[in-house]
Design a protein around this ligand. Structure first.
Ligand code: S3P
Length: 425
């Protein structure tokens, strides 16, 4: 098991166009190419464990993939049965979206993942997919991987999801594309909308009306993708927090998606007092631009709305809360319990080890701002817990154990962190 030690930072100026490419968009690029006719071209695909697993699975499903180091091309021959077990590794997005994609494909498929993914709930997709005719099963009556899928013809649906989850929405949208009629999907709060944007860009008929999305079955294959994946705001956010907690520091992140369903955590950090500007520079499938974050003393904040828009950033935001004046509260975030770790527990336990007082609730927690103290903490195999506490180390020094998981989403994290402070591995 690898560990890393971070030393307190002096003020720094961080400027980068090399933040890891967006994970959600990279997964979708690989998967959606399978439904296209012709060659999809993907520049700046995230070369991290999660998304490379998805790309490998797309290869197992019969697509031709080339990679010249800059651009990945994918040419599909329709979805073909595979003799391989399809291993999604640590990725919930991979597994849940493949459930939607494969439920209507001809053949038999087996999806599995690592020890963490095998503990995460899949009923949220297997339930609604089964109700429209999917033949999908797994341990615990279809809730736990390994999952097996026997492709079947799917009925159109009108489904209201109990969770605001882009993974559930995307799985159902992929199923809808190959169902027998117009489908309606509703969610309690808008979740990230990359699937809607990308499928529309590829020629699918998708209509969005508030929390309701209508999807029409494909009459012909999708148009191939031609995309440069923007930087991942969830990865960028670690450096936003780094700047926000280090006196006189700033961070400039270039080429990042400014999709409103993804940058809510920056808005909360701004509300806490950090100086943040957003500059739009490009628009392709998504708005893309530069985010600049500058240190300022932080005040406590209450986060109870638009949770789906910042769910992945809450661990890093909690570090900013620990450095803020007053008591910050996170509510309505029970989804944190079923991420790569139970992030309510792992954040609270680790903050306590760093001398920060917390209160744990079933659906969130409170962080009472104070003096972060150097500690030895564990990532619990969760990449975002590992990176959040390494960032906390900029304030007070920190040793984080079990850091291999960072490779699931942000392989060059340490290289970039090294430009802010001293790091030992
Ligand atoms: C993702 C959706 C979110 C997010 C995950 C990526 C996606 O999960 O936490 O990291 O790419 O669709 P949920 O949809 O389960 O909320």
């Amino acid at each position: 098991m690898m560990s890393a030690k971070v030393y307190p930072a002096q003020s720094f100026e961080f400027k980068s166009d090399a933040i890891a490419p967006d994970k959600s968009i990279s997964h979708r690029c690989a998967m959606f190419s399978v439904l296209a006719e012709g060659e999809s071209r993907i520049e700046n695909f995230l070369r991290a464990e999660d998304t490379l697993n998805t790309l490998k699975i797309v290869g197992h499903l019969g697509a031709d993939i080339t990679d010249d180091g800059t651009t990945i091309t994918i040419r599909s021959h329709g979805i073909q049965e595979s003799s391989e077990i399809l291993d999604c590794g640590n990725s919930g997005t991979g597994m849940r979206l493949f459930c939607g994609l494969l439920s209507s494909a001809e053949g038999h498929f087996v999806l599995t993942g690592d020890e963490y993914l095998k503990r995460r709930p899949m009923k949220r997709v297997s339930g609604p997919l089964r109700s429209i005719g999917a033949k999908l099963d797994g341990r615990n009556n279809g809730d736990l991987a390994p999952l097996s899928i026997r492709g079947a013809s799917l009925k159109s649906f009108d489904y209201t999801s109990p969770v605001a989850s882009a993974q559930v929405k995307s799985a159902m949208m992929l199923a809808a594309l190959r169902s027998d009629g117009v489908c309606t999907f509703r969610e309690p709060e808008l979740s990230r909308d990359h699937t809607e944007r990308m499928l529309r860009g590829m020629g699918a008929r998708v209509e969005i009306n508030g929390l309701e999305t209508k999807i029409w079955p494909l009459e012909k294959p999708l148009k191939p993708l031609d995309i440069r994946v923007p930087a991942d705001p969830s990865s960028a956010f670690f450096f936003a927090v780094a700047a926000a907690i280090t006196p006189n520091a700033f961070a400039v992140i270039e080429g990042v998606t400014l999709n409103p369903t993804r940058i809510e955590a920056f808005k909360v950090l701004e509300k806490m007092g950090a100086k943040i500007t957003y500059t739009l520079t490009d628009e392709r499938y998504e708005p893309i631009g530069t985010i600049r974050v500058e240190y300022a003393p932080l005040q406590a904040v209450s986060v109870e709305e638009n949770i789906a828009w910042l769910i992945d950033e809450l661990p890093a935001l909690s570090i900013a809360m620990a450095c803020a004046e007053g008591k910050s509260i996170i509510k309505n975030a029970e989804e944190l319990r079923v991420k790569e770790s139970d992030r309510i527990k792992t954040v609270v336990d680790n903050l306590n080890l760093c001398g920060i007082k917390t209160e744990e609730y079933p659906d969130g927690y409170a962080v009472i701002g104070g003096e972060l103290k150097s500690a030895i903490v564990n990532s619990y195999g969760d990449h975002r817990i590992a990176m959040s506490f390494l960032i906390a180390g900029l304030k007070c020094g920190m040793e984080v154990h079990d850091i291999e998981c960072i490779n699931t989403s942000f392989p060059n994290f340490f290289e970039l962190l090294g430009s802010c402070t001293k790091v030992e591995r």
